[in-house]
Design a protein around this ligand. Structure first.
Ligand code: 9MR
Ligand code: ZN
Length: 551
């Protein structure tokens, strides 16, 4: 059983038994392979599973690292290319075990992809697909409109957002977009992937995303507006989803939700047209209807929690990038000039053009434009490509200054920092594809290495992956199921220097360096929750790395 959620005297966070930090999944044979050592030592060795030394070398100082507060030394064992299982040793310390081989990320790729199945709502999880983590049917009762309690509607389905059981359109749109663009850019890897989910016939990832999209379609009202979220009034207690029986509400329409909905339905319509014409057509019609709503409602319709509701709000200050994304996807799908005009007008406003998050979504819009087959404005196309490529160049400079080789600065360690980490790797992946600058691959890889253990706490932030890994995320079923091993493949939010919950403030001493502001404990929602849109960029990055040129 997990530790108690409500604690009076929280235990000190578990710390790694290892003193040298490497990617606990491992490295491809041809990769650059570097372990990070947070203490001075001259030489290091790498041993195989039998304890035989297979490589030795001298460490190189990488100086003081701001975010971790440590001075670090690098053990570069790139010359070791033979398949096997290894550990790095230096100064009497050792690393967790890792592999070198062509399949080192297959398991983690499958696990982070399968995580969405475990988060399905409105159904039970079958033992054949979910193993020990099976559970009963959840959240199928009709929901009530928050603003008109006489109206009930069926909004069953989709994925639970996170550690909570809420379902939110903008969050879902971001996750679905990461997965759909991953499929679009790296289809071969998904054609081969087997996730052991109930549906058959089309690539599993598309069945999984469709599960979310079917819920999306239920969230559109008759005028084309899209309800912002479906949640209970208050966050559920830490019970299994089938035991969360409080009344479900559907909250008012927002223009962000409506725009993101239109964008994702348009994007999906193009992709599913190769598999299911009727579904694709349905998505197109839904997208058109929501874009018409946007045209009729040019002003921002934001969202904040009404009195009496404490679930996620996903409020935004404006809907500029959301509208741009919607018009760009509609143009990409249809080639219709009216959408081109609208997307160009949307660019009169200022917003980041490479952001791939749940709030700022401009990067999805630029990607839609870059990748589509329609006749495009050559200058605009160039401008969008350049945005990604110069963003990657900026990130390279930051990464080269960091002891852990990543483009994360102290300020980047905020709530859900592992999403930022993966989003940076996505920029490198996209820049690689657009520019042919293959050095980007190594930079993307470093960000994955950090996620999987090459970080200042030596922890793998993915449940079920690595010898020392996160196992107690803020995730209701993982706590309530009574099973010691967490549901696998869940990406934890990660270090957050702002310590935004009471547990974090209790266990993390003031002045702790940003990269170390983390505790693997159920109680800490600002450090250790999981969400669909923290998993989805990891799927994208892994799809990219697993589809490398020599694989
Ligand atoms: O991911 C969100 C993070 O960026 C915000 O700082 C935080 C506080 O507003 O909320 C996070 O989103 C949560 C959402 O509101 C409800 N479901 C769980 C999400 C992850 O903690
Ligand atoms: Zn549910």
């Amino acid at each position: 059983m997990n530790r108690q959620y409500f604690e009076t005297a929280p235990p000190a966070p578990r710390s790694t038994p290892f003193g040298i930090f490497a990617d606990q999944a491992g490295y491809y044979p041809s990769d650059t392979k570097k372990a990070v050592i947070p203490f001075e030592c001259g030489s290091f060795t790498v041993t195989d599973i039998n304890g035989n030394v297979r490589y030795s070398g001298n460490t190189v100082s990488a100086g003081a690292d701001d975010a971790s507060g440590d001075s670090v030394w690098i053990a570069d064992f790139s010359e070791l290319t033979e398949n096997g299982k290894y550990r790095v040793h230096a100064g009497g310390k050792t690393s967790a075990m890792f592999s070198i081989g062509d399949d080192v990320y297959d398991d983690v790729f499958n696990k982070v992809s399968k995580a969405f199945y475990y988060l399905r709502c409105g159904c039970g999880l079958d033992e054949r697909c979910a193993g020990v983590w099976h559970h009963g049917i959840c959240h199928t009762a009709p929901a009530r409109l928050w603003e008109n309690r006489n109206i009930t509607l069926d909004v069953a389905g989709g994925w639970h957002d996170a550690g909570d059981y809420g379902r939110y359109i903008t969050a879902g749109a971001c996750a679905a977009a990461h997965l759909l663009y991953a499929f679009r850019l790296f289809p071969d890897i998904f054609e081969k992937q087997e996730l052991n989910i109930p549906e058959k016939g089309i690539p599993d990832i598309l069945s999984e995303v469709r599960y979310e999209l079917e819920w999306f379609l239920k969230m559109q009202n008759s005028e084309g507006g899209v309800y912002h979220k479906a949640t209970t009034a208050l966050h559920a207690p830490f019970v299994m989803p089938e035991n969360d029986t409080a009344e479900m509400f559907v909250f008012p329409v927002s223009s962000m939700a409506t725009a993101d909905f239109a964008a994702v339905c348009a994007l999906a319509s193009g992709i599913y047209s190769f598999y299911d014409k009727d579904f694709s057509e349905k998505l197109l019609k839904a997208a058109e209807k929501s874009v018409e709503w946007l045209d009729r409602n040019p002003h921002f319709v934001g969202f904040s929690n009404p009195e009496g509701c404490n679930t996620g709000s996903y409020g935004e200050r404006d809907d500029l990038s959301n509208r741009f994304w919607a018009y760009s996807e509609m143009f990409a799908l249809t080639g219709d000039n009216k959408y081109h005009n609208s997307l160009v007008s949307a660019l009169d406003n200022d917003f980041p053009l490479t952001a791939l998050g749940y709030g700022e979504v401009g990067g999805f819009g630029t990607l839609a434009y870059i990748l589509c087959k329609q006749e495009k404005d050559a200058d605009l196309l160039q401008r969008f490509k350049k945005e990604f490529c110069s963003h990657a160049e900026e990130l390279k400079k930051k990464a080269d200054k960091c002891g852990y080789g990543i483009a994360m600065e102290s300020d980047d360690y905020c709530w859900g920092s592992n999403m930022g980490l993966m989003a940076k790797a996505m920029i490198f992946a996209i820049a690689d594809i657009l520019s042919g600058d293959h050095t980007c691959r190594g930079y993307a890889g470093r960000h994955l290495h950090c996620l999987l253990g090459a970080n200042a706490l030596g922890i793998s932030y993915v449940t079920g992956v690595g010898e020392f890994r996160c196992n107690y995320p803020h995730l209701r079923p993982a706590f309530a199921d009574g099973i010691e091993e967490c549901i696998p493949g869940m990406v934890a939010g990660g270090p957050n220097r702002h310590l935004s919950d009471p547990f974090a403030r209790k266990v993390i001493p003031e002045g702790t360096p940003p990269m170390k502001c983390y505790a693997d404990d159920t109680a800490s929602y600002s450090l250790n929750e999981i969400t669909i849109y923290w998993n989805s960029p990891a799927v994208f990055v892994l799809a990219y790395l697993c589809s490398g040129p020599d694989r």
